[in-house]
Design a binder for this molecule. Sequence first.
Ligand SMILES: Nc1ncnc2c1ncn2[C@@H]1O[C@H](COP(=O)(O)OP(=O)(O)OP(=O)(O)O)[C@@H](O)[C@H]1O
Ligand SMILES: [Mg+2]
Length: 452
Amino acid sequence: MKRNILVVDDEKYIREGLVAALELDGYNGLQAENGEIAWKMVNNQAIDMVITDLRMPDMSGSELLKRIYSTYPTIPVVVLTGHGTIEDAVTAMQNGAVDFLTKPVNLDHLSVLIKRSLAGKDMADKNRELRTELENLKKKSGYTSIIGKSQKVLKLIETIQQIAPSRASVLITGESGVGKELVADAIVNYSDRRDKPFVKVHCAALNANLLESELFGHVKGAFTGAIADKKGRFELADGGTIFLDEIGEIDPSTQIKLLRVLQEREFEKVGGEKTIKTDVRVIAATNRNLEEEIKKGNFRDDLYYRLNVVNLPVPPLRERKEDIFLLATSFLNEFCKENKKNIDGFSNEARSAIAGYDWPGNIRELRNCVESAVVMCRGSQIELGDLPPAVSRASKTDSVEIELGTTMDEAEKRIILGTVAWCKGNKSKAADVLGLGRKTIIRKMQEYEAAP
Ligand SMILES: Nc1ncnc2c1ncn2[C@@H]1O[C@H](COP(=O)(O)OP(=O)(O)OP(=O)(O)O)[C@@H](O)[C@H]1O
Ligand SMILES: [Mg+2]
């Protein structure tokens, strides 16, 4: 679809000349002779960009700029300026103009400026859209901080809501970093145990003996160092929920004890004789394939069936790519606040790399990636170079985009620059691929560098 660009100038021949140039460049050129008329047009139709003179009768260009900038901050405004009014242009830039053009207008310069401004607008629009979407999502999801709009995540949240009220044990499975702990939090929050104790145990962090006494407690003198009676996590969680993270790592003797709690709802402390009754809901998580572990003899099958009354598989991020930018935007907000930075969003190149990457470390990796990008970022958007190398390498380097309406010169430029990048900067190789001489490539690249 053609983009609408509005030219505002009280001098008819300048207006018409610019509109004609815009039409030749493949845009839909609109015109207005003063700020008043232009402001009405901006309010009544979809204008993608405004190019305005500063000094005009009725409403001036600077007044128009102020109104557009405060009401439609993503519409780029470029101001036109004659000789001797450069200072006005500088003021206009401070008031939100994206750039200025001096009269007489250099049409090549204009063309570059428009492309850059429209790309900036598209990015800003996309980021605003994402932020709004994120806010709406947060308003809706009172009991969970799981972010996502993919069918897979919506289905997951629906299942969580369904199973939360019961006392049934839940086994959450999925790769590292997919959000298993967040799922456990959500189950508790959606259940009526939400105000009761919620105890989390990281099973892999403790060795066998310690884990057993951590879970079930011990009596004084049960082993060296047991100087007093100690309550275990099951006792502390009574009436509430226990989350056993990395359940695949627990040793055989603790497995037996755990099975008994699940079956009989009772246990004894290490070294103790008194049987303790408990009402605890068990949620377990693992990134191992427990069925494999059963086959290998590392995990008891009876315990597995007790734990796996409800199975919640959490899908990896690469299977729900629709969620990536919603998550990335949320992390961007979080880390901008933490680092006191103002970053609007991700550049197109950064976006394409993030979308193309496989995310083996899932959401945790995405979160870390955004955090480091925020720290690296020096401008108002995250650039490709701000991303960790593993991610930036995923940028699409095997194609260039050429929209209809692109001039041959511009197309040639994109193909040459794209091919050189694709050949990792090796100009001789790029020349071979393109069927051109190496000297030609070098000359062209010098020309591109010299151009605005
Ligand atoms: N859907 C989501 N929305 C928002 N944040 C998420 C989401 N999923 C995961 N996260 C965040 O990603 C990080 C990793 O999540 P979490 O610790 O729950 O993963 P995990 O599956 O338990 O990983 P591991 O197996 O390595 O323990 C956390 O900071 C978590 O808050
Ligand atoms: Mg975890």
